[in-house]
Design a protein around this ligand. Structure first.
Ligand code: NAX
Ligand code: K
Length: 488
């Protein structure tokens, strides 16, 4: 499992390892050596400027400097602040460094072929300014490659937010587990390649910390991923329903329906207004189409409990009729995916939606807003993308998929995953409709909703990557067989 640790959890993991008998000095030695090894493995020998801060991140820097120097590299070390103020393990590692310790000034990186950034890591507590900020600018201007120890200085480990200024690293070496800030968008832009290195903290530390943030990887959900078994028939694989918009806005629902079928639902029916029946029918083959006009007709249609997962929103239209259909679906007990117009329709009355989701008869609900839709529904929720998705999931009592290049999937119980495999090609019209359809297809197969949402986001990302340039939304469902074949 790819757990992500907050800054606080990571420092508890360090303390746990120390309490279990691994000295802090050993952890620091391992961390610094891992950085030096990563550098020698990836870069041609160059003159290195090692920038050390006043805390333990700087301590790692002293160790890396020693190992690089022993390997024959030309190393110049700069310290922010006074050597006498170093304490604990960092002070000891400074004693073990035989070279000179230069005061860190604005021209510390001039002429360097490579920079090791060990100024601030997990202990960053305020915006970066003064000499470190000047060096961040100087490195960017000169285009000198930067290797960051743990986090690029200036980046917050929990939020991926840049405080003041931050190095743009080509490589970041972090320890034990990655942090949310490495993967949230701001952070990802600054980390470059991310290397995870073991420094001697036992996996059992996780049993103490019980982290609940993850990188979205198959290990998180593969165990619950539905696979057809011998003896299955189409009804045992679930029946997805996608609510179509009117005559001129039917394409989005068809994309969702196709994706739900490709994701493995046994049957998928498009619930279409009569006026759009011909348009839909003429373009569908494996997906079925039925005339369903009003909220009451939708209720009647969903009385057949085999129709167990419903998608509404793509092309649905904004307003009262869509709201009423959403409420009808929630009363039916089917699992529901609410996307696009189904979310915006509740802009003025979000409480009505959340109350209905919490309703006695309601099945699991997955909300798939992009940033704009999110703001309409959760106006007052602020913080990092991770914090916002989590808060929204708790408020709505639903799985929230907050979409973007760093899509976050959050559950009301606090679990959250950050997705890391999205390709920029996914930013294309209809891509979100396909994602909502994949979730629907997995829910129809009774996959648990958090896992279904995570799996769908990952499959969607892989499908985009597998297709590559020139991608349009129609290609995504057709890539699913390739992606699924690789997965199994
Ligand atoms: N035992 C441990 O805790 C281990 C820690 N390790 C390293 O230690 C790091 C965390 O060490 P620390 O908790 O000492 O924190 P840092 O070394 O990241 O930074 C803390 C120091 O920086 C100062 N500071 C923070 N933000 C500042 C700003 N914007 N401007 C000026 N000064 C600022 C603080 O006052 C403090 O002196 C990790 O990132 C990792 O690199 C590793 O050595 C592994 C073992
Ligand atoms: K750093």
């Amino acid at each position: 499992m790819h757990e992500l640790l907050t800054v606080d959890e990571m420092s508890r993991a360090d303390r746990w390892a120390i309490a279990q008998g691994t000295p802090g000095l050993t952890l620091m030695e391992n961390a610094g050596r891992a950085v030096a090894e990563a550098v020698t493995a990836r870069f041609k020998r160059a003159s290195v400027a090692v920038l050390c801060g006043p805390g333990n991140n700087g301590g790692d820097g002293f160790v890396a400097a020693r190992h690089l120097s022993e390997a024959g590299w030309s190393v110049t070390l700069y310290l922010l602040g006074e050597r006498e103020k170093l304490t604990g393990d960092a002070a000891e590692m400074a004693r073990r460094w035989n070279g000179a310790i230069h005061p860190m000034t604005g021209d510390a990186v001039r002429g360097a072929g490579l920079i090791i950034d060990a100024i601030f890591g997990a202990g960053l507590s305020r915006p970066v300014e003064g000499v470190p900020a000047e060096l961040i600018q100087a490195a960017a201007r000169a285009g000198t490659p930067v290797v960051a120890v743990d986090m690029p200085s200036g980046l917050h480990g929990d939020t991926g937010e840049v405080l003041g200024a931050a190095f743009k690293a080509v490589l970041t070496v972090t320890f034990f587990r990655a942090k949310p800030g490495h993967y949230l968008l701001g952070g990802r832009r600054h980390c470059g390649e991310l290397l995870l290195r073991d420094i001697g903290i036992g996996e059992e530390a996780l049993g103490e910390l019980l982290p609940h943030t993850y990188e979205n990887c198959p290990s998180l959900w593969l165990g619950g991923f539905p696979r057809p078994e011998f003896g299955d028939h189409k009804y045992t694989r679930g029946h997805g329903v996608v609510v179509s918009g009117g005559m001129s806005t039917t394409g989005a629902a068809r994309l969702g329906a196709r994706a739900a079928l490709r994701a493995g639902a046994g049957l998928v029916t498009l619930a279409s207004p009569s006026s759009a029946l011909m348009v839909n029918a003429s373009q569908l083959t494996a997906v079925m189409v039925r005339a369903v006009n009003t909220p009451d007709e939708l209720t009647a249609f969903l009385e057949d409990k085999r129709r167990n997962a419903v998608l509404i929103g793509p092309g649905a239209g904004i307003g009262g009729p869509t709201r009423e259909k959403v409420l009808a679906i929630l009363l039916s007990g089917a699992a529901v995916v609410l996307d696009a117009d189904a979310l915006t329709s509740f802009e003025e009355v979000p409480r009505d939606l959340f109350v209905a989701i919490e309703g006695y008869f309601a099945g699991p609900a997955v909300l798939t807003p992009h940033e704009g839709e999110f703001k309409r529904l959760f106006k007052d929720i602020e913080g990092s993308k991770l914090e916002r998705a989590r808060a929204a999931a708790r408020r709505a009592g639903a799985i929230v998929v907050l979409k973007g290049p760093d899509t976050v999937i959050a559950a009301p119980d606090g679990r959250a995953a950050i997705n890391t495999n999205a390709s920029p090609e996914l930013a294309t019209a209809g891509s979100g409709d396909v994602l909502a359809g994949i979730i629907t297809g997995l829910l129809a197969q009774s996959m648990a909703p958090f896992e279904a949402a995570c799996a769908a986001v990952w499959l969607h990302g892989e499908a985009g990557r597998a297709f590559g340039p020139g991608l349009i939304a129609e290609d995504l469902p057709e890539m699913l067989p390739v992606v699924l074949r690789d997965l199994f």
